[in-house]
Design a protein around this ligand. Structure first.
Ligand SMILES: NC(=O)c1ccc[n+]([C@@H]2O[C@H](COP(=O)([O-])OP(=O)(O)OC[C@H]3O[C@@H](n4cnc5c(N)ncnc54)[C@H](O)[C@@H]3O)[C@@H](O)[C@H]2O)c1
Length: 383
């Protein structure tokens, strides 16, 4: 995608609602483009989190105003747009209040923990005509955009199957981050983590999920203790007092084109990247969605394929720094999503990762969780 010149105009004035891990990642990315972005106001219920975030701003950056209540930030802050990075169950009110205060909204994924919440936020966007973009950051990763375009051009024929393996360490703990271990507060591990991947399936396959089935459970992470197989995560027992989320799952999905996909999730296999691929009628593509996402393999002509999962044998399509268009910090697409948001706010460019996409990935994740918690029944996706 060729980006228009976006260096015109004054920096977009961002107000940050919550200053935790993800907000810090946003700040590290937007601080690389002071010509486009300025953080003018920050808010968190925890002062230490605001201190830590503020320390990431370069010395020449104007000092943002600080608030302990986001409503004060909306009332008195010099803010054009907000980034909502509160825990998942706390997106709804800040998003709606921000729209009512006339601010554009960048809302973290998962969009919400229920479809009704998604609808309420979409209604607020439509009522106010302001911009709403969802932080499904991988949509802005240049390698994945190149993959999606290559598939859309028909290079692997009809996309028929897709897979994704998320083999990772348990969720981080400390600094109040234990909310992810409680389903009540996170909406569940599959919603929290895999909304990205359900969206990638639909995006790459050019299809909508119709039906899901999943099996999952807890092998490693149990209430108040962790089992031997879990990597050493320090003071786990002390910090994670309650834990009722899944730590592994096997998930199958069917799409309206007849395509199928499969996702494996495991929380006790750190640092294995995120293998992802699509099989088509004429060839396949695969990549590893980790922090060095620099390209993908294109395996044309299925007959000639030397099938090796770990060592793909196709042509490597490199997506160079130049083609990537921008550097990112922590997440591929981490800066690109803000450049796109800027364009939507300032130039009216249509939002790429819309609230409707955020709602759909939420719908799929909730359907998968319903299937797993009911012992593996088939569940229709109702969005
Ligand atoms: N796009 C991605 O890849 C990605 C990655 C990580 C997290 N996230 C999402 O970002 C959001 C935040 O995750 P995180 O990792 O930053 O969590 P975190 O626990 O590190 O930070 C959450 C912050 O919210 C603050 N907070 C809680 N209630 C608040 C309130 N009422 N007003 C103001 N601040 C409040 C907490 O004090 C904390 O500082 C979640 O929705 C998460 O799913 C997205």
């Amino acid at each position: 995608m060729n980006r228009p010149d976006i260096t015109r105009g004054n920096p977009l004035k961002y107000g940050l609602i919550a200053c935790g891990d993800m907000a810090r990642t946003h700040v590290m990315n937007v601080a690389t483009r002071p010509d486009l972005f300025q953080v003018t106001a920050i808010c968190d219920i925890n002062n230490a989190q605001m201190d830590e975030l503020q320390n990431l701003l370069p010395p020449e950056h104007p000092t943002p105003k600080r608030y302990s209540n986001y409503k004060q930030l909306l009332d008195t802050g010099d803010v054009e747009a907000v980034i909502v990075s509160t825990p998942n169950t706390l997106h709804l009110e800040p998003v709606i209040d921000s729209f009512d205060a006339g601010k554009h909204v960048f809302c973290e994924k998962p969009f919400a923990v229920t479809l009704d919440e998604c609808d309420q936020m979409i209604a607020a966007r439509d009522r106010t005509g302001l911009v709403l973009q969802i932080g499904l950051v991988l949509r802005y990763a240049k390698t994945l955009q190149a993959m999606a375009n290559t598939i859309a051009q028909g290079q692997i024929g009809d996309p028929l199957m897709a897979w994704c393996h998320e083999f990772r360490a348990p969720f981080p703990i400390g600094q109040g981050r234990e909310w992810r271990y409680e389903k009540e507060k996170s909406g569940g591990a599959i919603l929290e983590k895999n909304c990205h991947h359900f969206d990638m399936f639909e995006w790459m396959l050019g299809a909508k999920t119709t039906c899901v089935q999943g099996f999952g459970g807890r092998h490693v992470v149990e209430n108040g203790k962790h089992l031997d197989a879990m990597p050493d995560v320090g003071e786990f027992e002390k910090l994670v007092k309650q834990n009722d989320i899944l730590d592994h799952a096997v998930i199958n999905l069917e799409f309206d084109t007849g395509a199928k996909a499969s996702l494996l999730l495991c929380f006790f296999a750190p640092n294995n990247g995120l293998p992802f691929g699509v099989l088509g009628s004429k060839g396949r593509m695969s990549t590893n969605v980790n922090r060095q996402l620099k390209g993908f393999f294109l395996h044309e002509n299925m007959r000639a394929l030397d099938y090796e999962d770990d060592i793909p044998s196709g042509e490597f399509i490199s997506v160079s720094e130049n083609q990537m268009g921008e550097d990112f910090i922590v997440h591929p697409g981490g800066l690109g999503q803000h450049l796109a948001f800027y364009e939507s706010v300032r130039m009216g460019t249509p939002v790429f990762c819309t609230a409707e996409i955020g709602k759909q990935s939420t719908a799929v994740a909730l359907a998968v969780q319903e299937s797993i918690y009911s012992g593996g029944t088939l569940v229709d996706v109702s969005s």
